[in-house]
Ligand binder design. Structure first.
Ligand SMILES: *[C@@H]1O[C@H](CO)[C@@H](O)[C@H](O)[C@H]1NC(C)=O
Ligand SMILES: *[C@@H]1O[C@H](CO)[C@@H](O)[C@H](O)[C@H]1NC(C)=O
Ligand SMILES: *[C@@H]1O[C@H](CO)[C@@H](O)[C@H](O)[C@H]1NC(C)=O
Ligand SMILES: *[C@@H]1O[C@H](CO)[C@@H](O)[C@H](O)[C@H]1NC(C)=O
Ligand SMILES: *[C@@H]1O[C@H](CO)[C@@H](O)[C@H](O)[C@H]1NC(C)=O
Length: 297
């Protein structure tokens, strides 16, 4: 009875082969090495020569690393992985088909399938998540330092070389989130790492503090930077000065033009008066001539 039970247990073990991989995404830092864990169960120990392991990209089925007949088989390996992969041959007999992946890059991110065959076969897939830390965020003010309270200005927050896309949060001195008048832009370099650029447009208030916070969705807090714009003495604003000068010049020009027009108008009306006077004299002369003629006849 007991031996029968043992026998059936053994049979179940040899039939039902299981492959285990991490359920949560494996996070690897860009540029560093990582291990994609994969273990298999069955009737251990296995003779490595009897074990076949195929690591593939889940979506495309392209080969990442293959092993059978007691050695690596890399003829059909996808080129991006050349020289960057290795199994741990000493551990295969113990049911460990984990893959070492060297110098992880953003392009390596994705789903990997670990396929193992001994007497029977099975497979399991895991997700590789690549991450890179951003540079500490840096806030810059516009180069024009002659800004006055009430002026509009842009604060720029930049951070470089991170992955994946980070979240930028602007806060005022009271810790309130500022979401209006914010524009983000994101640029990827040839390695797939992002530079993030966030601009906050503000209306300048003396003694105001603004903080730029950067959060990497995988690595968490990536630092913050605050700027305080000090209160400024209300000196005569240069803008107002130029407006005043401009207005004065305009007014002067207007006055001169007006004077010129007036002079011409006065001259014109004088001439008109003179002409009218002459005309009326002529008319008078004619009338007197007529009168004389009347008298003669
Ligand atoms: C392989 O395992 C499956 C169940 O996982 C079983 O149905 C099948 O018979 C097994 N094949 C061999 C050759 O053991
Ligand atoms: C992979 O396996 C090693 C050794 O068994 C373990 O220390 C490590 O935490 C595992 N990694 C993951 C992501 O499960
Ligand atoms: C600010 O935004 C962050 C992220 O969206 C959120 O976690 C936090 O609770 C917000 N804080 C306030 C005071 O609204
Ligand atoms: C956003 O900008 C507009 C126009 O510049 C301004 O009227 C508004 O007050 C700003 N909003 C905030 C929250 O600063
Ligand atoms: C701005 O800060 C300075 C120095 O901290 C302080 O002397 C001044 O009273 C503050 N002005 C306002 C309007 O809060």
């Amino acid at each position: 009875m007991l031996s029968l039970l043992l026998l059936s247990l053994l049979a179940v073990q040899s039939l039902a082969m299981e492959v285990h991989v991490p359920e949560l995404p494996v996070v690897a830092l860009q540029g560093q090495d990582t291990v994609l864990n994969c273990t298999f169960s069955g009737t251990a120990p296995f003779a490595p020569a009897d074990v076949s392991v195929f690591w593939q990209l889940t979506d495309t089925k392209r080969s990442v690393h293959s092993y059978w007949g007691g050695r690596d088989q890399l003829v059909d390996q996808a080129e991006g992985f050349a020289g960057r992969t290795a199994l741990f041959p000493g551990r295969l007999g113990g049911g460990d088909a984990s893959l070492l992946l060297r110098r992880v890059g953003v392009a390596d991110e994705g789903s990997y399938t670990c396929f193992v065959r001994v007497q029977n076969y099975s497979r399991a897939s895991l997700l590789l998540q690549v991450a890179a830390a951003y540079s500490k965020p840096a806030v810059t003010l516009p180069p024009d330092s002659n800004l006055r309270p009430g002026d509009e200005m842009d604060l720029t927050c930049v951070a470089y070389g991170g992955y994946p896309e980070a979240m930028v949060l602007w806060q005022d001195g009271g810790g309130h989130n500022l979401t209006d008048n914010v524009t983000h832009s994101l640029v990827a370099n040839e390695d797939g790492l992002f530079s993030i650029h966030s601009v906050l447009s503000i209306v300048l208030v003396p003694n105001s503090t603004y903080t730029c916070r950067l959060t990497n969705p995988v690595l968490g807090d990536q630092g913050h930077m605050s700027v305080t714009i000090a209160g400024q003495t209300m000196a005569f604003p240069p803008v107002a000065l130029w407006v005043t000068v401009g207005l004065a010049v305009c007014l002067l020009a207007l006055l001169i033009a007006l004077a010129a027009v007036c002079r011409r108008k006065i001259k014109e009306s004088c001439e008109e008066a003179r002409r009218e006077a002459e005309e009326s004299k002529e008319l008078e002369e004619e009338e007197s001539k007529t009168a004389m003629m009347l008298l003669k006849s």
